[in-house]
Design a protein around this ligand. Sequence first.
Ligand code: 3H9
Length: 650
Amino acid sequence: MTVNIDIDGGIAIVTIANPPVNAINAAVRERLLTLAQAFDKDPAIRAVILTGAGALFVAGADITEFDRPVEPPFLPDVVARIERAAKPWVAAIRGAALGGGLELALGCRMRIATGTARFALPEVNLGIIPGSGGTQRLPRVIGIAEAIRVVAENHTLDAAEAVRLGLVDAMVEEPLLPGAIAFVRVALDKALPLPSLDRPLSEPAQEIWTEAEQRIASHAKGASAPLQALEVLKCGIEQGAAAGLARERATFLSLRGSEEAAALRHLFFAERAAMRPADIRGTAPRPVDTAGVVGGGTMGSGIAAALLNAGLSVVLVEQDAAGASRARETLASLFEASQRRGQITGEEVAERLGRLETNIGYGGVERCDVVIEAVFEELAVKRAVFSELGRFCRPDAILATNTSYIDPRLIAEGLPEPERFLGLHFFSPAHVMKLLEIVPTPETAPDVLATVFEIARRLGKIPVRAGICDGFIGNRILRRFRTEAEALVRDGVGIAAIDAAMRGFGFAMGPFEMQDMAGLDIAFLHREAARKRGEPVPDMPGDLLVRAGRKGQKTGGGWYDYAPGDRRPQPSAKAERILAPLMGPRTDMAGEVIVARLMATMAQEGQAILAEGIAASAADIDLVEVHGYGFPRRRGGPMFQLGRADANRV
Ligand code: 3H9
């Protein structure tokens, strides 16, 4: 049974027990509706307490139902029935009350909560808006300005904030139910507060809407749900709750069926699945308290910052005193920047730096449970590091290389206990970027793999397991993507037109703007090395630019020109002249055709990666693109796009 009933002296206790997160599915809706009707007819029942089993109240509607047509009874009707019940319902909340869970609580006449309670309407993260009255009841309970933050800007209220705003009528201690029953008995002897929807609300100043619209639009990254949520809020204030509810339902249903919502749901489940790969489920991770990082450059410092942010102690190995103090300064300035943004306090900056030890040479690594090498991307240099680590580290310490291209098996050659070794490909800046490609070798032990997945979870990363090939998952697709973008240039399509098309699709930058920012020389050197090895690598347009000294922004020009101190790309006649020998006659290509061609290329490479077993699932490939390469989240990833294109063709 997903909803349990107890009766205590005239008070019915309704517990939603639908593990793991008490999501509201059709069975829960049906049962709640039936119960509300039955209790109203039962003279022995005076009031109802609604609660959730376990550590949380209710995480919202069951998202797995959203790929199917809506099924009655509908949640807005259930919430409305509870709100109008003759016997008052009181929500007793511990842990999260999210989405439809908060909407159910808003349908109750009162809410009591423990200190662990938190309240949010995260629907916009899923490309939808609250669909069970949340946009109309919440502003009438906590006021419009706060409701805008919760409904359209994904703000979470903690228990104290919820009490201050009047969302929670009283705080109770654990155990929750005895406290809730005592509260209800007292409350029944007094006048009850008005139902949420009947509470009066005065129209706010017009500026509140214009300011919110600007704020939301600037953060939405092209997503449509947040602004639509604001519109629905506004409708309910200006035209009344009934009009607001009707508008909310229509908007919810239309967004529920949108491609954007399907993409965001796909990523929601992909992100959760990535955390728990089937083959290591049940394998206990090794304990990890202290991590070593070899190399304190940009990547090494970023990795150290991520580890320190996650509460680990870090031993950072540098070659000399200058390198060690530079790394400490880099980390201090990263944490101080977080402090300036209000993310951490001055004490937290000091505490994090207190867990950092910067050493010259390998002293201290013998205490490390895991060591991550982040030195120059050259096989001999990396091998030298691991030969030292093999001597200094404990035999059970996990050793990882942060390589983006080199075969980890070559790096590990000669390492004692190779089963504790694997590749961990972080993305720069490593304390910010969510993606972590995990690249085991055939010898990596299962508990080593389980441990790095656990470390990734602690670091707040999205871990994706990748097989060994040139570029693993992400850089391999990136190379194909860039080659195809350059092929478009050869076909005569304008550089700026290609970039504009990809920005229009939702990337923050087009492929050429991106290359100019990152520098064209690394990929060029890569191709040159392959040519030296005798591999048949044809001349690419980018090669011509690098040979002419145009390596991107850092040299004042690449695909575009840049004025000194200005990062805005300007079309470059010089670049066009250099590229002329490889460019076909100028042709106009529609933005969607450019996008379709580049998407098809990415997906094709993705399919090859899947076929070779380099990625475990298509969803993993999408996670790599979204979390490591700026693929627009609302588009779901290249493999999701391929699935949609195929579905539309059928
Ligand atoms: C909504 O409510 C719409 C309404 O306005 C209108 C309706 C008409 N449904 O994250 P975890 C699964 S929209 C189904 O790893 P945590 C999840 O897939 C909803 N399944 O745990 C995973 O499954 P598995 C608005 C769900 O402790 C398992 O539960 N609500 C749902 O790190 C554990 O999840 C939200 O957007 C769901 N709603 O975090 C809240 N939620 O074990 C979404 C989770 O098979 N949920 N699952 O991999 C969350 O934010 C987090 O899951 C939560 C727990 C904080 C609750």
